[in-house]
Ligand binder design. Structure first.
Ligand code: GRF
Length: 227
């Protein structure tokens, strides 16, 4: 498990590259509503931290109230400790089924009274139980321009296919893996000589930018935040 760089929110577009991030840059909550977010993570947790920073900086009128991880030694857990965000470990190896794990997630997020749940690098397949518990309130971030390159090896697949443009997608979660209504996408060029690591690093920078916007869009769709 790597420990990715601490995400930053300035310089939203990549000015030195041909492909720019397409959405408006400014967004603010009304100041009246504060969305309560739950986050699921399995790995480094750089997207989790990007979200937490967007909340702390006031970019997003929300608070990350609860992180749940399935890997006791993941970077996300360390980040939560540093950021002072409550973290619960639900190790998938201790559950008899995917449904049982999802029920534990539901219980934890209900206790924390979260409005939306963000899968920020959650490397478990989720079941109908979790999706039904948070209808249209479950957001995933994926390192490709969906519907291309679904699954756990999206970056390697993009490189093998020889595409010149890939990217990342934040979407609402449907039952089939890496499907569901798309909220925000960012395009990332594949450069000559890219390795999975160099491409992943560029994709990550874009993920950190689009995820807070996707959360805001998901919240607005449900009228959880004022426009
Ligand atoms: C991201 O690339 C995300 O798209 C994928 O898992 C990765 C998580 O990275 N689902 P991090 O743990 O947020 O650094």
């Amino acid at each position: 498990m790597g420990h990715g760089p601490t995400p930053v929110h300035q310089n939203v577009s990549e000015h030195n590259q041909a492909i720019q991030w397409p959405l408006p840059q400014e967004f603010q909550g009304s100041g009246e509503t504060c969305l309560r977010l739950g986050v699921l993570a399995s790995g480094s947790g750089s997207n989790f931290e990007a979200l937490a920073q967007a909340c702390q900086s006031g970019q997003l009128a929300a608070n990350v109230c609860q992180l749940v991880v399935n890997n006791p030694f993941c970077g996300a857990r360390e980040r939560a400790e540093r950021l002072g965000i409550p973290c619960i470990v639900h190790d998938h190896r201790g559950f008899s089924s995917r449904e049982a794990l999802d029920q534990a997630l539901i219980d934890s997020f209900r206790r924390a009274q979260v409005d939306l749940v963000v899968m920020a690098g959650w490397m478990r397949i989720v079941t109908e139980r979790l999706i039904d518990a948070f209808p249209e309130r479950l957001v995933n971030i994926h390192p490709s321009l969906l519907p291309s390159f679904r699954g756990a090896r999206a970056i390697e697949q993009a490189l093998s296919a020889g595409v010149r443009i890939t990217g990342c997608t934040a979407h609402l979660v449907s039952l089939e893996v890496d499907t569901g209504p798309i909220l925000v996408q960012a395009a990332v060029p594949v450069l000559d000589g890219d390795t999975p690591q160099t491409l992943a690093a560029r994709i990550h920078r874009q993920e950190h930018k689009i995820l807070p916007h996707a959360v805001q869009l998901a919240a607005h769709r449900l009228a959880l935040l004022s426009p």
